[in-house]
Design a protein around this ligand. Structure first.
Ligand SMILES: *Cc1c(COP(=O)(O)O)cnc(C)c1O
Length: 456
C-alpha cells in the first residue's frame, strides 16, 4: 500500500527495483518483503524519510545479510591456547572433515553390515580401531567424556557408593563437577583422604558392602604441589581387585600416543591405565586425541557390554558424522611416523618456535604497513595446550604484539573481520600467538586485514 501520509516509497515500488530483484534472488521473496516492510516501518517510526528508495533497499540488504549470516563461523585462533574449548577444541584433519561431510550428505553403512546384509553396530567402526590402538578388550563411544563418566557411573554404581580422593573432586569448565555428575548418575560419592594427601589405607577403609567401584579422576586444569600424596593407579587397581571391585579412571584428555616422543610433556595414556590395572578408562575425543567431540571408553568386555546395554547409552550415542570423522582420525594413529604431520592438533603442538616466529615476522610486516602509528613487535610468548591437558606445561612460541591506545576497540575490529581473529589482551598489549597460524592460512589472514582504513 502506498503511504500517502509520507514521502516514503511504496513497498510495491521498491519491489520493482533491480536491487530488490537481487535481494529476492539471494534471500527469497518472503524474507525480502519482510525486510523491506521492517525498514519502511523503522523509517516511519523514526520519522526519517530517506529521499532515495535505494537507501531503504541498502538498509534492508544489510539487515537481511545479518539475519542470514551463520552465527557459528570459522575463526583464527591466535589466543595461544591450542585446544580452546570456546573455539571448538581440536581442528580436524581434512580427511576427517571430508568423511564427516560425506556421511552427512548420504546414506551410509552406519548400522549395516555389508558382508551379511544384516544390521550392524554403529560403534564398531571406531571400536575396532580403539581395541587395536589401546590393546583394550573392548571399547565404546558416546557424546563426550562427561557423558562417558555419567554412563559408566550410572551403569556400574547406580544407588551405590564410589570412593574418590578429595584431591580429585574437580570442576572443569562448563559446569562439569565430579560430585554433581556422580549424584546425577545416581551414585553416592564417598570422599576419601584430604585435598593434598590421600593414602591407600584411606581407600581400604572406605570400602564396604555398598561400594560399587573405585574411581580415579585425572587432575585436569590444576595441579597440587608441595606436601602431597596420591594413590598410584596400579595400587588403586590392586586395592579394588582385592575387594572384588572394578577400578575406573577418568583420564580427561588422555593421549593415544606418548607425547614425550615428540618432545612434549608426558600425558597419561589409556594404554598405561589399562596396564596399571584399570578396568575401564574414559577420555575425550576432541582434546589431545585431536578428533571430533566424543567420549571414548575402553576396558573389559563384560563391563563395556553392561555399558552398551544401559538405556542411557542410546541417549548419549554418537551420530554418523562424528563416527566417520573419529574413524578417520583413529586411522591416522596406525601410522605414528606421519601423525605429527597429518593430525593438526599434534602438528600445532609440535610446531617449532622458529616457525611461529617466521609467521609472526611476516604478519608484523603487513601490520606495520597498516598501522604505522602503533607499536607492533614480535615477542616470545608461551602457548597453552588447553582443555585441561597439562595445565602447568607451556610451549615456547612467538606472538605479534600490538601496543597503543584503544586495544579493546582494535580487538573488536579484529573480531569483526570476515574470518574473525581472536587474540588476547595482556600487559597493555594485544597478543596474537602465531603458533596456530599455519603457512597455509597466512595469505588469507594477511589479505583480510586490508579493511577500510577509517575503521582502524
Ligand atoms: C575434559 C574433561 C572431562 C569432560 O570431557 P568432555 O569431553 O569435555 O565432556 C571430564 N573429566 C576430565 C578429567 C576432563 O579433563
Amino acid at each position: 500500500m502506498p503511504d500517502s501520509a509520507s514521502p516514503l516509497p511504496s513497498l510495491d515500488a521498491l519491489l520493482h527495483m533491480p536491487a530488490a530483484e537481487a535481494l529476492i534472488a539471494r534471500f527469497g521473496r518472503t524474507a525480502t518483503v519482510a525486510g523491506l516492510r521492517a525498514e519502511l516501518a523503522a523509517c516511519r517510526a523514526a520519522r526519517a524519510f530517506p529521499t532515495l528508495p535505494v537507501a531503504i533497499l541498502d538498509a534492508a540488504a544489510d539487515a537481511l545479510a545479518r539475519r542470514f549470516a551463520a552465527s557459528q563461523r570459522p575463526v583464527f585462533n591466535l589466543t595461544g591456547t591450542v585446544l580452546h574449548t570456546n573455539l571448538g577444541r581440536a581442528p580436524l584433519p581434512p580427511v576427517a572433515a571430508a568423511a564427516a561431510a560425506e556421511a552427512l550428505a548420504s546414506a551410509t553403512t552406519l548400522e549395516f553390515d555389508l558382508a551379511t546384509g544384516q544390521r550392524g553396530h554403529r560403534d564398531e567402526h571406531v571400536a575396532r580401531l580403539l581395541r587395536e590402538i589401546t590393546g583394550a578388550e573392548a571399547a565404546t563411544v558416546v557424546n563426550n567424556n562427561a557423558a562417558a563418566v555419567l554412563l559408566v557411573l550410572n551403569t556400574l554404581a547406580l544407588g551405590r557408593e564410589v570412593p574418590v580422593s578429595r584431591g580429585e573432586l574437580i570442576e572443569i569448565g562448563g559446569a562439569f563437577r565430579i560430585p554433581e555428575i556422580m549424584s546425577r548418575a545416581g551414585a553416592v560419592l564417598r570422599e576419601v583422604g584430604t585435598t593434598n594427601r590421600t593414602h591407600p589405607h584411606d581407600f581400604r577403609a572406605a570400602i564396604g558392602s555398598e561400594t560399587a567401584l573405585l574411581m580415579r579422576v585425572h587432575q585436569a586444569n590444576y595441579a597440587i604441589a608441595g606436601f602431597t600424596a596420591a594413590v598410584p593407579p596400579a595400587e588403586l587397581a590392586a586395592i579394588a581387585h582385592a575387594a572384588g571391585l572394578p577400578m575406573v579412571e577418568d583420564l580427561g584428555s588422555g593421549s593415544l600416543v606418548d607425547l614425550a616422543a615428540w618432545g612434549l610433556p608426558h600425558e597419561p595414556t589409556p594404554q598405561e591405565s589399562l596396564a596399571a590395572g584399570a578396568d575401564l578408562v574414559s577420555f575425550s575425543g576432541d582434546k589431545l586425541l585431536g578428533g571430533p567431540q566424543a567420549g571414548l571408553i575402553v576396558g573389559h568386555a563384560d563391563l563395556i557390554k553392561q555399558i552398551n546395554s544401559n538405556p542411557l547409552k542410546r541417549a548419549l550415542r554418537l551420530d554418523k558424522a562424528r563416527l566417520a570423522a573419529l574413524e578417520q582420525v583413529l586411522l591416522l594413529y596406525l601410522d605414528p611416523d606421519r601423525l605429527a604431520q597429518e593430525l593438526p592438533t599434534l602438528r600445532l603442538l609440535t610446531r617449532p618456535p622458529a616457525a611461529a616466529r617466521a609467521t609472526a615476522e611476516r604478519v608484523v610486516e603487513s601490520l606495520c604497513a597498516l598501522w604505522p602509528d602503533r607499536a607492533i613487535a614480535v615477542e616470545p610468548c608461551r602457548s597453552q595446550i588447553g582443555s585441561g591437558a597439562l595445565p602447568i606445561d607451556l610451549l615456547p612460541s612467538y606472538a605479534v604484539t600490538i601496543g597503543g591506545k584503544a586495544l579493546e576497540a582494535l580487538s573488536a575490529w579484529l573480531r569483526g573481520l570476515p574470518r574473525p581473529v581472536i587474540g588476547r589482551i595482556a600487559e597493555g598489549r594485544l597478543w596474537l600467538d602465531c603458533r596456530c597460524l599455519e603457512p597455509a592460512d597466512e595469505a588469507a589472514f594477511i589479505a583480510q586485514l586490508r579493511g577500510p582504513a577509517d575503521s582502524r
